[in-house]
Design a protein around this ligand. Structure first.
Ligand code: GUN
Ligand code: FE
Length: 401
């Protein structure tokens, strides 16, 4: 039963609702009536035959219900972009003629360097956040740049526009090929702590910090160790890149010959746990996927970027067989689109191509890809595991997550 509704102001919606659960990748519920309170929380989801009863209990009138037309329209959960570089928006749709490591030096570090300029920061970040919202992204995991104040500006823009986000100040103390864009070890750690303290102090209800070592080749072992222990002690989320391209995997092997593999490098630096989200993972071995499963770490599948940069094809089915948490990422500007719907289409293309390559390959269905884009992406965030009731019945999206 709903708590005393006196004085609550509700938004009420009616129509077909499509969502994903652990047991069903895509479920159509119709016709339903749904109420949302002032804090954005869903307070009831019931069959429409309860409308009269609900309108009396919650004091709303029929004329205030927003109804979607039957058949043509439907409600879905907000889309979750689990990996996007807000700072690469100026390059989006261009500069895709080089593989990852060369692309970073030639195009990406130069554009990220520009964010020390507050005017440029405000202009680009405002346009980008508006654009992702227009595309249905209600939650995003953002990489910004090494600049703390500029990254705090991104947070204030996101808060102002009402998106839910994890935002990372990028950490990197190694960059021989573009030395203008890097930090000193101690600066990277101190500035990460300042970023977290200032963001936490602002009490934006939907914007949280995420510790962001860029990837192994950009970070010294000391930097990764300090960020790992800081994130653990403060219970913070962590994001980075892993096993995106063959050349990158070889480079990491040469940098850390004592480690078993790429996953082991992050693991030894305390960067792999149930609050971690790693982008790509194209070349992860089954042994590495087992470590992801054991640690509860998630993978962001970025199919547009993996194709655009010629990195490779990530096998989602195999990762799901290993019970690894997976969401979708646009990876702007390695990916040329800021839309999670585009990431869904690209994910369909990738699973079909893997199907061409081996005749008994179990392709992902479009329903499973819908689940990756919604519920899948939310698994990286424990606070999303709210209790949801559909037509009076408690729904547990991922009981074992
Ligand atoms: N690996 C390290 N940095 C990046 C980046 O900015 N984009 C992608 N796609 N991979 C990376
Ligand atoms: Fe990326």
């Amino acid at each position: 039963k709903a708590p005393c509704p006196q004085g609550e102001s509700l938004q009420v919606f009616k129509g077909t609702f499509i969502h994903a659960t652990h047991t069903s990748p895509m479920e159509t519920l119709t016709p339903l009536i749904l109420g949302v309170n002032r804090t954005g929380k869903i307070v009831f989801i019931e069959n429409v035959d309860k409308e009269e009863e609900l309108s009396q209990a919650w004091h709303f009138q029929k004329k205030n219900i927003r109804v979607l037309r039957e058949r043509e329209e439907f409600f879905i959960p907000g889309l979750v972009d689990t990996h996007i570089h807000a700072s690469q928006y100026p390059n989006m749709g261009t500069c895709l003629d080089l593989p990852l490591l060369e692309w970073l030096v030639r195009y990406t570090f130069p554009v990220e360097s520009k964010f020390k300029d507050p005017k440029f920061t405000e202009d680009v970040y405002t346009k980008l956040v508006k654009r992702t919202l227009r595309n249905g992204t209600t939650t995003a995991c953002y990489f910004a740049t090494i600049h703390t104040d500029s990254t705090l500006k991104l947070c204030s823009i996101i808060d102002n526009l009402g998106q839910r986000a994890f935002v990372g100040k990028v950490c990197m103390d190694l960059n021989d090929l573009f030395p203008e864009y890097k930090e000193k070890l101690c600066e990277s750690v101190v500035e990460t702590k300042r970023f977290v303290a200032e963001l936490t102090g602002r009490e934006y209800p939907l914007v949280k910090p995420i510790v962001t070592p860029r990837f192994v080749p950009s970070c010294s072992s000391e930097l990764m160790q300090q960020l790992g222990s800081y994130a653990s002690s403060e219970g913070l989320h962590i994001q980075s890149h892993i096993s995106e391209s063959r050349a990158e995997v070889e480079l990491v092997k040469s940098l850390f010959p004592e480690c078993k593999n790429y996953t082991d490098v992050y693991d030894r630096h305390s960067l792999l746990n149930d609050k971690t989200i790693m982008a790509h993972g194209v070349y992860l071995s089954n042994d590495e996927l087992k470590v992801f499963q054991k640690k509860g770490a998630a993978i962001s599948h970025c199919p547009n970027s993996n194709i655009s940069l010629g990195s490779g094809l990530f096998d989602v089915r195999n990762a799901l067989h290993h019970q690894v948490k997976i969401g979708l990422g646009t990876d702007v500007s390695g990916g040329y689109s800021p839309s999670v719907l585009n990431a869904m289409r690209a994910a369909i293309d990738v699973t079909k191509i893997l199907g061409f390559q081996s005749s008994n390959y179990e392709r992902l269905t479009y329903q499973e890809i819908f689940r990756l884009a919604t519920l899948g992406g939310s698994q990286g965030d424990d606070r999303n595991m709210v209790e949801v009731y559909v037509a009076g019945k408690k729904v547990v999206p991922f009981p074992n997550a």
